[in-house]
Each structure stands twice: as C-alpha cells, then as structure tokens.
Design a protein around this ligand. Structure first.
Ligand code: CDP
Length: 224
C-alpha cells in the first residue's frame, strides 16, 4: 500500500463477517488490526460494572471521557486483547448482556467523538485495518480501501448463533434474532454516524460466500 493514509476500512452489520475477515487480512498483509466495536463494548461493560443505566447519557459520556482503554495486538499470533483499567476483558465484552446495551451507548455523539479520537490514536503511524460501522464514513474517510460487508439477516443470525455455541455461551436463536434486528435498527437510524455504505466503498454480499472467498476478494481488491 502506498496511500496517503495506509488504512483499510471495513464496515457492516453484525454477523456480516467483518471481524473474521479483518483479522485474516491483517495477518496475511501484516497490517495492525483494530476492532472498534470492542471499544464500544468495553464502554458498555464499564457502565454495567458501575451500575450506570445505558440511557443515562451524562453519566455514560463522563465514563467515555475518562475510560482507561487499550488494545494490544500481536501481529504474529493475530491475537487482539482489549484491556479495560488494565484488565483483559476480551471475553467479557462478548457476553449477551453487554451486546444487548452496546448500541444504546454507541448512539451518543459525545461518546462517539471520544471513541473516534481513541481509534485514530491507536492507528496513528501504522498501516492498519479497522472494522466497525463508521470507519469509511467518519473515522478514516480518506482510507486507502473501503469495504462494506453485508449478508441477509437470517444468515447473520445463523452465523452468530453458531459462533456463540462454539464459545459455549447458550443463547436461544430467537434472542440473537431480536438482538441483531434491534442493533441493525439503532445503528442504522441514529443521527450521529449511522451505519451506511460509503459511496466509494466496495460492497460485498457475503450471504452465499465462504469466509475464504470473502478474504480472497478483499485481498485482491487491496492489491489491485
Ligand atoms: O461483532 P458485532 O457485529 O456484533 O458488533 P461489534 O462490531 O462488536 O459492535 C458492537 C456495537 O458497537 C454495534 O452494534 C454498534 O452499536 C457499535 N459500534 C459502532 O457504533 N461503531 C463502530 N465503529 C463499531 C461498533
């Protein structure tokens, strides 16, 4: 890559394959990997730890401004660790009770400002791949390559259900369906930085593709 900003941006809804694809592409191309959803999730976890209601906007904003959040990414193993107050919360932030409230927390403009600031700091001076909902539209509008991954809703529900099952987290499929529909709605209708495809992003419908096919398509496009 020889761009102004050596950044690859991947946006898309839950279950579209963003994380798996971004991780694999990062490893293959030697890019730094940043999972921005994990940052909103860490804030949702912190709010829960402090007994703060996700709808209590002033309290959530204050929390976001003071949050002690770091990411450690190992280029060799491809492992990403999310540290909240110095403690590894990479697993805790995936729990259903955190997922349930994360979109409510992520819709606030001041919260987003703080998170975007941190995301740019994490990526500063690096060749990186970032995944989220607003990377190509807001965080790095000058990214070298932009992708919007998508899949039909039922396929995304199925993928998330299997993913949770593999992690031995028992969540009924209808809860996952409700959560995905709820987050799709909040994320794409919020006033600040809604989930949408950037006009210059490459759209990939992954519904009928294997992960390897998506990874290959993304790498081919980056190297084009
Ligand atoms: O992995 P999954 O697709 O379930 O979600 P995630 O990427 O971990 O993101 C969790 C939530 O954080 C999303 O549903 C959004 O509400 C929020 N988010 C956001 O608003 N902006 C981002 N750049 C990334 C995530």
């Amino acid at each position: 890559m020889t761009p102004l900003q050596p950044i690859v941006a991947i946006d898309g809804p839950a279950g579209s394959g963003k994380s798996t694809v971004a991780k694999a592409v990062a490893k293959k191309l030697g890019l730094f990997y940043i999972d921005t959803g994990a940052m909103y999730r860490a804030l949702a976890l912190k709010a829960r730890q402090e007994n703060i209601d996700p709808n209590d906007t002033p309290a959530v904003v204050a929390l976001a401004k003071a949050i002690d959040l770091t990411m450690s990414y190992d280029r060799h193993t491809g492992a990403l660790r999310i540290l909240l107050d110095g403690r590894d919360v990479s697993e805790d932030i995936r729990r259903p009770e955190i997922t349930e409230h994360v979109s409510t927390i992520a819709k606030n403009e001041d919260v987003r400002h703080r998170m975007v600031e941190l995301q740019r700091q994490f990526a500063a001076g690096k060749s990186a791949i970032l995944e989220g909902r607003d990377i190509a539209t807001v965080v790095f509008p000058d990214a070298y390559k932009k992708f919007f991954l998508d899949a039909q809703s039922e396929e995304r529900v199925k993928r998330r259900y299997l993913e949770m099952k593999e992690k031995n987290i028992a969540v009924p499929e209808n809860h996952i369906r409700r959560d995905i529909q709820n987050r799709d709605h909040i994320d794409s209708t919020r006033a600040c930085a809604p989930l949408k495809k950037a006009p210059d992003a490459v759209y990939i419908d992954t519904t009928h593709m294997t992960i390897d096919e998506v990874i290959a398509a993304v790498i081919a496009e980056i190297q084009r």
